[in-house]
Design a binder for this molecule. Structure first.
Ligand SMILES: [Zn+2]
Length: 109
């Protein structure tokens, strides 16, 4: 009976509207500044490189990332609590100048 094989194929195919390539976990991260959870789209991804913090604009850089609301308040809180070195597992301090500049540019836009 060919009907049986056909039925099996129907069951195995993904339900409509889902993309198997896509991460199905809700894209939510915790801001290292205010500790509130937010959608990835609302946060900046920050990574450490050569003792500096850089904004990962495309969220594609390898390694650990820290997530931050793109507002000076959250950046200040994160710096005060030394949240970046902790979140990124980097010993010592990190130069946050690049992140400050990025937020200033955002404010101007
Ligand atoms: Zn925040």
């Amino acid at each position: 009976m060919k009907v049986e094989a056909l039925d099996l194929r129907v069951v195995q195919s993904p339900p409509p509207g889902t993309d198997p390539q896509h991460d199905r976990v809700a894209p939510v991260r915790t801001c290292v500044g205010c500790r509130r959870r937010a959608l990835i789209g609302e946060l900046l991804r920050v990574v450490a490189a050569d003792g500096r913090l850089i904004v990962d604009e495309r969220r594609r850089l390898p390694g650990r990332g820290a997530w931050l609301h793109p507002v000076p308040d959250c950046l200040a809180k994160a710096e005060r609590r030394r949240a970046f070195p902790r979140a990124l597992r980097v010993p010592g301090s990190l130069d946050a100048q690049g992140v400050h500049e990025r937020l200033e540019r955002l404010a101007e836009e």
